[in-house]
Design a protein around this ligand. Structure first.
Ligand code: GLA
Length: 729
């Protein structure tokens, strides 16, 4: 066989299993599984004693014979037992294991030792279940794997089952542990922040010991988002090995990133162990959240694109058949609580003229809601502000050709509300302890089924009685005093899990009953964004910070994990929160990189503003399939450069859009030439300016030229911006 033939056969061997649906192979004599996608492989094996070992995660392998069965490691010393040197695929806390366990339990009699061994497995297409069992009793853990062959991504989760005759309590239940190849010098990327400064990308070396990323707040939180990437220390947007993961859970979560003294680097993630205790009666089980993990050999850019593709095809409601996000108007920043029918009608008239497709009324329309001191919980229309109910406004909005959306914050209650006066026990609380308020509000205990039914009921009624296309579902504070006094003390901490399960159930039931209803997840900005809520919402509000320059970094971090399609981004008025003013064109170009919305006070728009906004919205409609559904290339980062540049390439390759922002020019220096990516080098592209100035004298270039010689834009002074559309000729 020639070398070329061997190479082709070799390539086919690993492409074919994925293409023919055989992404999971099992070698019975070696007891090894190989899970293959087009860009990654993952291998697990059973040791002679029945314990399950992680063997490989990285670039694709095709030859099962290359992978050796796991063997016993020798004890290095009495202080370094073999269990510490091996990569357990899903370690129970028991025996001589001192690192982060994947599952920890306590039996009724206080016995806490759990040592898991292989029991059985099942392969169904792209899915694999491996069942483990304790060496002595019938505590079982099933590990679930699902391969997404086309995205290089694996979904993992586990089910802990008490098949004994006595109760147990689960003290830690992790979705998965992800092992890097043995080595040192790895680097961790994660998303850190706070309110109005979410998803700031941090990159730092991984050191010996544990690094914990988590939320203890009851939502995913503004502080850390449940996403990570690990690279070998030298990756960039286009090059290098990157392992990444995203947890699908909207409540308390935790990642423990460990580097051991034995060249092991791993990430364990799932339910936060903080305040966690989940009792299981005989026969009961606990499912852990899905943890998606992937590998890219082509840097952080390909890692993000894999997640974006997965989200659009497999996570978001309707998948690839769902509609592109409409252009939205929301008056929150313009009117705050001061909403009424006349004012909203006036804004709706103006929004419709600009080309807006979805008109959303924000906070202030219900109960006694004139500021944030009262009304939350009372989801009936304020008769003073809307004497004719919502119908008249909605008819008006619909008559203008726009859909109508409404802000709600169903999980919350003000002390000054009819709901709280009637049901003070519905709030999560510890009896005889203070009930902490934040923004003057408390959190309803959604783990209770009566609260769940109440919330479903009010939203269902609103959606049934009114032509509401969209709920902006807000959650404006974290949990505190998370007590559930109505259930037995041993069951009270189930709240951390049941709350979110009921949240998901409400969203699922609402969507099933109102199939056209769309939902936005907001939590004071980006406080609740993860792959599980994304199965039930079309958009998320990335941040309450709408200042365009700040947004560039928030959006850069956001895009590491999440597609632009879900990223609601508004154009708002200046000077903004931090006092900065940028041009309207600059603000549009920043917001046009997500699902475009307008949050300006349209009553203050000049004729020139209106003209520009109308033109930008029309342009956005031309490019939104590319922005929302295409490939994102982050060409230049606001963290490190004076230039932010992002390029989107349509799925069919016909269109590409480049956005560029100059932060602060010094010494009359020209901005760097921008080398484009993802184009067809043989094709010719026509370059059309959206706004800004092109330094080039011609407008037609080959893909080769644009990617190798690059494009020059004239960007001068402070906060200058430009965008170009490239159409393949
Ligand atoms: C939160 C949201 C805002 C707005 C206000 C209303 O802060 O993030 O967009 O809806 O609540 O109170």
């Amino acid at each position: 066989m020639t070398r070329t033939n061997a190479l082709i056969l070799g390539m086919l061997a690993w492409l074919l299993p994925a293409a023919s649906g055989q992404s999971i192979q099992y070698n019975a004599s070696k007891k090894i599984w190989l899970l293959n996608s087009q860009t990654s492989s993952y291998a697990i094996g059973v040791k002679a004693d029945g314990s399950l070992r992680h063997l490989y995660w990285g670039a694709p392998l095709w030859r099962m014979d290359d992978i050796a069965s796991p063997v016993d490691r020798r004890e290095l010393s009495s202080f370094d037992p073999p269990e510490m040197l091996e990569n357990d695929e899903y370690p129970g806390w028991g025996g001589t294991r001192y690192y982060e366990p994947s599952v920890k339990i306590v039996r009724e009699n206080g016995n806490r030792d759990l040592v898991l061994r292989y029991a059985s497995h099942q392969i169904r297409g792209n899915e694999l279940d491996i069942e483990l069992k304790d060496i002595r009793d019938d505590i079982r853990v099933t590990l679930h794997y699902r391969v997404y062959p086309e995205y290089g991504i694996l979904r993992r989760s586990s089910t802990v089952r008490n098949a004994t005759a006595r109760p147990i309590v689960v003290e830690s239940a992790q979705s998965a542990v992800w092992h890097m190849p043995p080595g040192e010098g790895y680097r961790l990327s994660y998303l850190n922040g706070r309110w109005a400064a979410e998803t700031q990308l941090v990159r730092e070396p991984i050191h010996p010991g544990d690094k914990v990323l988590e939320s203890r707040k009851g939502h995913t939180s503004h502080n850390f988002n449940p996403w990570f990437a690990i690279d070998t220390g030298d990756a960039d947007e286009e090059h290098g090995r990157v392992w990444f993961g995203a947890l699908a859970w909207s409540g308390n979560w935790r990642f423990t990133v460990e580097q051991t003294p034995y060249r092991q680097v791993r990430v364990t993630g799932g339910y936060n162990t903080f305040d966690f205790a989940y009792p299981l009666k005989p026969g009961e089980s606990l499912d852990t959240p899905a943890f998606y993990g992937g590998f890219s050999e082509r840097g952080f850019g390909a890692a993000s694109r894999a997640l974006h593709n997965l989200e659009r095809a497999e996570i978001l409601p309707g998948g690839l058949t769902s509609r592109l996000r409409p252009v939205l108007y929301n008056s929150w920043e313009a009117t705050t609580f001061n909403v009424n029918e006349a004012g909203q009608r006036e804004l709706a008239d103006k929004a419709a003229k600009l080309g807006v497709e979805l008109f959303v009324m924000d906070d202030g329309w219900f109960g006694a809601r004139n500021d944030d001191h009262a009304g939350l919980g009372d989801w009936f229309v304020n008769p003073k502000k809307f004497p004719q109910g919502l119908k008249s406004l909605i008819d008006h909005v619909n008559g203008l050709g726009m859909d109508f959306g409404l802000w709600v914050e169903p999980e919350m209650v003000n002390a000054n509300s009819d709901l709280y006066r009637a049901h003070p026990d519905w709030v999560m609380n510890f009896p005889d302890r203070p009930r902490s308020e934040l923004r003057n509000q408390m959190v309803l205990n959604l783990a209770r089924s009566d609260v769940k039914e109440y919330i479903f009921g009010v939203l269902d009624k609103l959606a049934t009685e009114n032509n509401i296309r969209y709920f902006k579902w807000d959650m404006n504070r974290p949990f505190s005093e998370p007590g559930w006094p109505e259930v037995a003390p041993a069951d009270q901490r189930k709240l951390w899990v049941e709350y979110d399960r009921n949240l998901y159930e409400i969203l699922d039931r609402l969507r099933a009953k109102h199939p056209k209803l769309e939902i936005e997840s907001c939590s004071g900005g980006g406080g609740r964004v993860d792959l599980e809520i994304l199965k039930r919402v079309e958009e998320v509000w990335a941040s309450d910070n709408t200042e365009a320059f700040d947004r560039l970094r928030i959006q850069e971090g956001f895009s590491q994990a999440y597609t632009a399609k879900i990223m609601s981004a508004w154009v708002t008025d200046v000077p903004n929160q931090n006092g900065r003013s940028t041009s309207l064109a600059y603000r549009f170009l920043v917001a046009m990189q997500g699902a475009l919305g307008i949050g300006s006070n349209l009553n203050r728009f000049s004729a020139a503003d209106t003209e520009l906004a109308t033109r930008m919205i029309a342009t956005y409609k031309r490019i939104r399939a590319t922005v929302q559904g295409g490939d994102l290339y982050r060409l230049s980062s606001p963290r490190t450069e004076d230039l932010t540049a992002n390029q989107y390439v349509a799925a069919d390759g016909r269109q590409s859009v480049l956005f560029a922002f100059r932060h602060s020019q010094q010494y009359n220096t020209a901005p760097p030439t921008i080398l484009l990516r993802g184009l067809d080098e043989r094709a010719i592209y026509k370059v059309e300016l959206v706004t800004g100035r092109l330094a080039e004298t011609q407008t037609e270039f080959s893909g080769a030229y644009l990617m190798r010689a690059g494009l020059n834009l004239t960007l001068r002074g402070d906060y200058d911006a430009a965008a170009v559309i490239l159409e393949r000729m």
